[in-house]
Design a protein around this ligand. Sequence first.
Ligand code: HAS
Length: 566
Amino acid sequence: MKSATIPYTRVAIEPGLRQIILFEIFFPMVLLIIGILAGFLQVLYRSGIIRAQSILGIEYYQGLTLHGAINAVVFTTFFAVAFGHAIMRFELGKPLLIGAAWLSLILMAGGTLMAAVPMLIGKASVLYTFYPPLRAHPAFYIGLVLLVVGSWVAFFSWIPVFQRWKRDNPDTKMPLGVMGIFATFIVWFIATIPVAIEIIFLLIPWSLGWTQTVNVPLARMLFWFFGHPLVYFWLLPAYVMYYTMLPKLAGGKLYSDFAGRFTFLWLIVFSAPIGLHHQYMEPAISSTWKFIHAFFTMLVAVPSLVTAFTLAASMEYGARERGGTGLFGWWKKLPYLDRDRWLFGYLFAGLFIFIFGGITGIVNASYNLDSVVHNTAWIPAHFHQTVAGPVFLAYIGGSLLLLTTLTGKEIAFKSVNVWIPYLWTLGIMIFSSGLFYGGVAGQPRRTNMGLTYTNPASPLYRADWRISEIAGAIGGTVMFIAMLLYFIVFFATLAKAKSADGALELPVSELIQDEDVAAVQSLRPWLIGAIILLVVAYTAPFVELARGRYEGTPGYSPASPVAQQR
Ligand code: HAS
């Protein structure tokens, strides 16, 4: 068992909460099968291996919508809530508000099913960004609202439990993991207000036919006000695992408690006032405000650089404790393929990928360089090295961890499991290298290229783009195989007989340095800072939009260049 080799900490859990967390892991995992298959079809379409508008009854943009919405929105939100429940219960040692946890689950699952139906029948092929003038069936937008509201219910239900803990432990610091989860959901709450305004006031009335047109620049600005903090909402639970679990798995301790707190709090402040870096090419926004958002974007990279050095130091400490020596020789002593510390591989591989995802993010953020790569294949290469790298690997590793500990079951196919993150990494690196190359050569994203640019029979054929899409297809196939193996491990583990009672048994890192810095003990000043910065960053751009005169736009579908008739 795990505890024989790594001293995991064990906390009992109420049966109701156990069921809720397990369902929140299982339900999106089933949907993820569709999401992963849709991703695999993407590389086949783009490389020209599939030369058709649809396959298996799924149209190209329908599949792309399913891929983005399931993998990046549904799977991530469910995992963040499930992991949040687990960390709160584990760290605070108090029962959670079970009624609220059920309500949250019902809203999230109901909303997901409601949004899934129009996607599956081809009435919501609007991609995961759903920006107008692409128009979806109202059920798609209403389902999204329910998913978000469900996640808010979970977040708000943790606050009174924490307050009770604080009353009982007035002189104890907020546990690092709890601070990370609160940071995650504060970022999420800030992010989801503008998108709620977009959906409720612009998109739902428009899709119901109550309004005939929509203000596209306003909708897009509201979307990206949400869209960038969204990526840090994805990243933060992975960071909680990096800071609280990875050092322990590496055999050592976390180098600095301050670094973890600073990272979480800094992301609260700087993850939102930077959305315009997705809109550098948007003519409706002045370059002054784009430049200011570019400056703030550089600041949002700071905590990730802090994280890189802190985790490297923590892993070095662990490796030296395990007998590692020399300037670089200690790297050999990390537990890359240790079957009992299998989660290390998932977290380490994600960190490796993130080096490249981070560097390319800084390229995107550099205002002038973005004009070369915007809306090209470079962008999916970047985001597969971030959200499909550290985030996805931490989440699938975390799902497996929660599954085994809450059911009391041993992992199935342990020797296969330890290779999965490395196989995924190999796939991501080949896939992304191809798409980075194609992006710099001007290859568009979100395009069924098999019908045109990678089809020698088409007058649009680009022989110089072939190589990048071949690399994309090879990498995508390796990723697909890695995920097939993962699903086998996950569902085979689920099917096994239990060998212990279910509980929360997690690795907990001790600290090398437990600095007592008052500035990083409380969330409040950082929250106030975040609000001030948001007002500074967004007031003038919204005023600019309000002063501009933009024609409203009718709805479109990707299937036709002509506006939809109602
Ligand atoms: Fe990004 C577009 C800028 C991080 C996700 N990003 C996207 C999109 C997504 C996304 C999904 O400025 C596309 C949206 C769409 O559909 O249009 N991004 C950045 C910057 C960062 C960044 C500056 N992005 C992320 C993260 C994401 C994510 C994280 C998901 C979780 N991004 C942009 C910009 C665009 C953009 C523009 C718009 C472009 C356009 O034109 O549309 C930074 O936060 C990155 C900082 C990260 C680092 C890396 C630190 C490295 C670490 C690893 C250390 C490794 C160790 C192991 C210790 C500085 C922590 C060592 C091991 C060895 C073996 C050596």
